[in-house]
Design a protein around this ligand. Structure first.
Ligand code: ZN
Length: 196
């Protein structure tokens, strides 16, 4: 999709967050933009957004069009999909968030048993609040979840990883996931690649 990113409004006043405004205008209400992942030296800018209709979190990449002032190409650089846990007994992939394996009837993972995703999110938000962060979204990864949070003052996005420890407790840590995502999606010739 070709997108115009005006830096000033009709009256000549600078727009505070021109990229964000342009994406919101271009994609409409079916996209919830969480915030900016970062900018690369080659002018590419990456945003994190959720496609509400397909319910998929994705990295959106804006690439300046050469010699076209405020024109940018907007594309999905990557989809960040929930990791699908598999049954510890028979190995079948769980298709839903049901408690029992549809193949063999075994109980789902301890994490799913003990905590709902809503309960986890409330607990993580408590910890994030101590760091002035607001959790906006999350995805499931092998062995835990990653929460995407925005800092109240800087508006910067952070990825917080929740992992189950050997003792069966949960530990929360800031990860370099977003920096890695930015590097991978803004590299010259970075092609569309979906994470499994
Ligand atoms: Zn099973």
């Amino acid at each position: 999709m070709r997108l115009r990113v005006p830096l000033a409004d009709a009256g000549g006043r600078p727009i505070a967050e021109p990229y964000l405004e342009a994406i919101r205008t271009g994609y409409g209400p079916d996209f919830r933009v969480l915030g900016e992942v970062g900018r690369a030296l080659n002018g590419r800018v990456v945003f994190l957004a959720r496609d509400l209709r397909r319910d998929v979190l994705m990295a959106l990449r804006l690439t300046p069009v050469p010699d076209q002032a405020d024109e940018h190409d907007l594309e999905v650089a990557r989809e960040l999909r929930d990791h699908t846990p598999s049954c510890g007994k028979c190995g079948a992939r769980f298709r839903s968030n049901g408690r029992f394996c549809t193949q063999c009837g075994a109980d789902a993972s301890a994490m799913q048993e003990a905590w709902s995703s809503d309960e986890l999110r409330v607990a993580v938000q408590e910890r994030a609040s101590e760091r002035e962060m607001e959790i906006l979204d999350d995805i499931r990864i092998p062995g835990g979840r990653v929460y995407f949070a925005v800092h109240a003052r800087t508006r910067a996005l952070h990825a917080l990883q929740l992992e189950e420890t050997d003792a069966g407790e949960f530990a929360l840590a800031v990860t370099g996931m977003l920096q890695q995502l930015l590097a991978e999606t803004t590299a010259p010739g970075a092609a569309k690649r979906n994470r499994a």
